[in-house]
Design a protein around this ligand. Structure first.
Ligand code: SF4
Length: 619
């Protein structure tokens, strides 16, 4: 079995025991790797109903079979856990060079059991795995932590770590690696609960592929497909994801002022040209994750401040969503989120909810340490982000995100919380793309724009014949068949199983049949496009089953009422609201889900070869 290193590293942080095991071959066969592998571990080994901050919450870092190969963007690691933010499965995917290094060191997955009493970090150097005291590192920000560890162990070592937000178990806390984040769902808080500050890796090996010649052919084909997509290889390659701002605004998808509006005429000062053509204020450098051709990352310096990566979601969250239209404040908010280590999407969304509470008089300056938190006050936004990260003063109220802040404030705050399953909706107004209402609503980890980013199809008009999407879809129809959406979601999940970045499929670049061939040439395991999607379908089914065990049902797949009651403000979607029940019915039909319980029917589980799961759920 090539591609895989066939080794799972088990570390019990309480016992300080270290064990190396062969990968679970059944998991590989059914779920391939990455996110699927981690979810299977949760299902089989963890009591299903535990609190996310229970020591028994399993935190795993899972690469895919392609991670560490030269395939385009083969950099990815899926961090899997039960989310303290949502209570659902947590699956957060990150790039950087860390995952590839883990493979070079000889491991596919790290599984972390129990919790340490004292701060520790893990050092992996090939065969040598050790646990070290991290008292001196506790309290350091993400960049300082990385610097210190590199200083101690050498510059070829790769680091993942948490900042003070993770240590303080802030439910928005992220895991950091070279300014890439496993951002969503509070993975950093679980790492903080386990008192694990960092994992440092160095490997000298490589990832062997089963058919080197065939692999190179397919790798070339994948790169060609990527480069022949004009928008991807033009503006996105050149300027990064901020280039999406304009199109998103034109299609009425951009969240403005906590989703009160979906379009703005104030965008000019934050278009990417402002960053790239303003050299006296900003210096933008290209950075890429391991083996990435696309290189969406643009690392921004503002004078002496290392702002970090500014990408579409971050700019939208700290920008229009909070009514802020200048890069100085957006950059500073991103800087604090990066060094202290929280998810920028949820952080910006939480401030925008707080701004609406302030506008409505639900919160006053007295509740906000004197901050004048009106929409558009960038300086107040930056200060609140800093306080949230550190749980300082009024930041304590918001440190766990808008849902939990709303719960603490009370009933009158709740209508302005823009979350699904307690996770903040990212920067796409679903009134402008009917499919996104379903993507956000049914995402197993809470509102997620990548499960799948389907607005490309119904709002932007892309087709994807290799996935069976041969005709344009209506962005305003909840009642059209959503069989295409099921296939697209599975394909996005495939990237999380195989170890590639989903920005390589977001504009329909790498074709599913090419992806299947890449898998075959890498692993030597027979697989076609249909089986590739089936592995993702099983992963999604298992995630739904685990969420079901944890009490999630159809009602949890709904969007906030704002999208059903308040007509869209502008763009092509102007005047539109969403019929969520019609949308869910169509999607559940496409997936063979029971319409009440929102999980696969017994027959569907059995068809997927998941009889044991069906037996647990339908006993
Ligand atoms: S497209 Fe961007 S996020 Fe994805 S692997 Fe490349 S640099 Fe990293």
């Amino acid at each position: 079995m090539k591609g895989y290193r066939d080794c799972e590293l088990r570390i019990n942080l309480k016992e300080k025991s270290i064990e190396k095991k062969a990968l679970n071959s059944e998991y590989i066969e059914k779920y391939m790797g990455g996110e699927g592998y981690g979810i299977a571990l949760l299902w089989d080994e963890m009591p299903h109903k535990i609190d996310p901050f229970d020591d028994r919450n399993l935190l795993s870092f899972n690469t895919g079979p392609l991670t560490g190969t030269p395939a385009p963007s083969a950099s990815r690691t899926s961090v899997v856990f039960i989310s303290p933010l949502t209570g659902t499965i947590g699956a957060s995917n990150m790039g950087s060079h860390w995952g590839a290094e883990l493979k070079f060191a000889g491991y596919d997955s790290i599984v972390l059991e129990e919790a340490s009493k004292e701060p520790v970090y893990i050092l992996i150097e090939e065969d040598q795995v050790s646990i070290h005291d991290a008292k001196e590192l506790w309290g350091l920000d993400t960049r300082k932590t990385t610097e210190e560890l590199i200083k101690i162990h050498g510059e070829n070592h790769k680091v993942v770590c948490i900042g003070p937000s993770g240590e303080k178990q802030n439910k928005l806390a992220a895991i950091f690696s070279d300014d890439c984040f496993a951002g969503r769902g509070g993975a950093g808080a679980v790492m903080g609960q386990k008192k694990l500050k960092a994992i440092v890796v160095r490997g000298n090996g490589s990832v062997e592929v089963a058919d080197p010649e065939g692999f190179m052919k397919m790798q070339k084909k994948a790169i060609q497909e990527l480069r022949s997509e004009e928008y991807t290889w033009g503006p996105v390659h050149g300027y990064g994801t901020p280039t999406w701002l304009d199109g998103s605004n034109d299609c009425g998808l951009l969240p403005v002022d906590n989703f009160k509006r979906n379009h703005t005429d104030k965008l000019d000062p934050i278009l990417p040209s402002e960053l790239w053509n303003n050299r006296e204020k900003f210096d933008v450098k290209r950075r890429t994750c391991y083996a990435c051709q696309l290189g969406c990352h643009k690392f921004v310096m503002m004078g002496d401040v290392e702002v970090g990566e500014l990408e579409y979601e971050t700019i939208a969250a700290f920008g229009p969503r909070c009514g802020v239209y200048n890069y100085k404040d957006i950059s500073m908010a991103n800087y604090y989120a990066s060094i202290y280590g929280i998810d920028t999407i949820s952080a910006g969304a939480t401030v925008s909810a707080a701004m609406e509470w302030y506008e409505k008089g639900i919160l006053t300056k007295d509740d906000l340490d004197g901050l004048d938190l009106k929409f558009g006050n960038g300086e107040a936004m930056v200060e609140l982000i800093r306080k949230m990260c550190l749980r300082e003063g009024c930041g304590e109220l918001f440190a766990d995100g808008s849902y939990w802040a709303g719960e603490r404030i009370g009933e009158k705050a709740k209508p302005y919380v823009m979350t699904v399953k307690k996770m903040e909706i990212s920067a796409c107004d679903p009134r402008g793309a009917a499919s996104m209402a379903i993507s956000f609503g049914t995402s197993e980890r809470g509102a997620c724009h990548m499960r799948p980013y389907s607005a490309t199809i119904d709002a932007f008009g892309y087709l994807f014949p290799d996935l069976g999407i041969e005709e344009a879809k209506d962005p305003f129809s909840e009642t059209e068949s959503k069989v295409w959406l099921k296939a697209l979601k599975e394909y996005f999940v495939v990237t999380n199983l195989i170890g590639l970045c989903d920005f390589n499929v977001i504009n329909m670049e790498i074709q599913p049949s090419t992806m299947a061939e890449l898998y075959v040439k890498t692993t030597g395991i027979p697989c076609d496009k249909a089986e590739l999607l089936r592995k993702a379908e099983r992963t999604i089914a298992l995630e739904r089953a685990l969420n079901y065990e944890r009490g999630f049902r159809r009602k949890d797949d709904h969007l906030p009422k704002r999208f059903m009651k308040e007509p869209a403000f502008g763009g092509p979607a102007k005047g539109r609201t969403i019929d969520m029940d019609a949308a869910l019915d169509k999607y559940y039909e496409a997936c063979h889900y029971d319409k009440e319980t929102a999980i696969p029917t017994k027959e569907k589980f059995e068809e997927l070869g998941m009889e044991n799961v069906a037996a647990t759920i339908y006993q």
